[in-house]
Design a protein around this ligand. Structure first.
Ligand SMILES: CC(C)(COP(=O)(O)OP(=O)(O)OC[C@H]1O[C@@H](n2cnc3c(N)ncnc32)[C@H](O)[C@@H]1OP(=O)(O)O)[C@@H](O)C(=O)NCCC(=O)NCCS
Length: 156
């Protein structure tokens, strides 16, 4: 685990870097649905949180989460390749989970490509469990795994 230089709410100026990381590291082979304009919309939307980790030069990781009264949905989450396995995702998730618990949110869910073994290992490590799978979820070709983390009192 490293000390992450900074975790902060994203600004509109971060949208381009977030969208490019999402295109290259998450959506590869599926097109580019998380465009800068869409990320900007989420940064402005009070029903979502967009956070970034910075190394003093630029964005090295990000998370985008939407909420309703009781549930949260992790829509985008990624770390720049050079920064992986250094605890950056763990630090971002810890920030989000503390926020969710403070807000009284009961559970968080995420979908991921079935082929994404790194993400699956990461989510399991921070307490998510697979609850379902949907075949041909991504562009009609790739299976999605649905994972959930319960955040009720006493859960860790
Ligand atoms: C998945 C991802 C977010 C993990 O980020 P990270 O900063 O490397 O994760 P951390 O360093 O905090 O890892 C914490 C733990 O998760 C698990 N983990 C993370 N990456 C792993 C990998 N490639 N293989 C196996 N386990 C992994 C390990 O248990 C790790 O602890 P350890 O390093 O002490 O063994 C990152 O690989 C990534 O951005 N991937 C591309 C984008 C993506 O897939 N996003 C999620 C889509 S929903």
């Amino acid at each position: 685990m490293i000390a992450v230089p900074e975790i902060a709410l994203a600004t509109i100026a971060d949208a381009q870097a977030i969208a490019v990381l999402a295109r290259d590291e998450i959506e590869h082979g599926l097109g580019w649905s998380w465009t800068p304009a869409r990320v900007q919309h989420c940064i402005r939307d009070p029903r979502s949180n967009v956070i970034v980790a910075r190394d003093g030069v630029g964005v090295i990781g990000f998370a985008l989460m939407s909420y309703d009264a009781e549930h949260a949905h992790l829509l985008l989450f990624g770390i720049a390749p050079a920064w992986r396995r250094r605890g950056v995702a763990s630090a971002l998730w810890a920030w989000l989970e503390a926020t969710l618990r403070t807000a009284g949110i009961r559970s968080a869910q995420v979908e991921l490509r079935a082929s994404n073994l790194a993400a699956r290992a990461f989510y399991e490590r921070v307490g998510f469990e697979q609850v379902n799978a949907t075949q041909r979820y991504y562009r009609g070709v790739e299976t999605a795994l649905h994972m959930v983390k319960e955040l009720t009192a006493g859960s860790s």
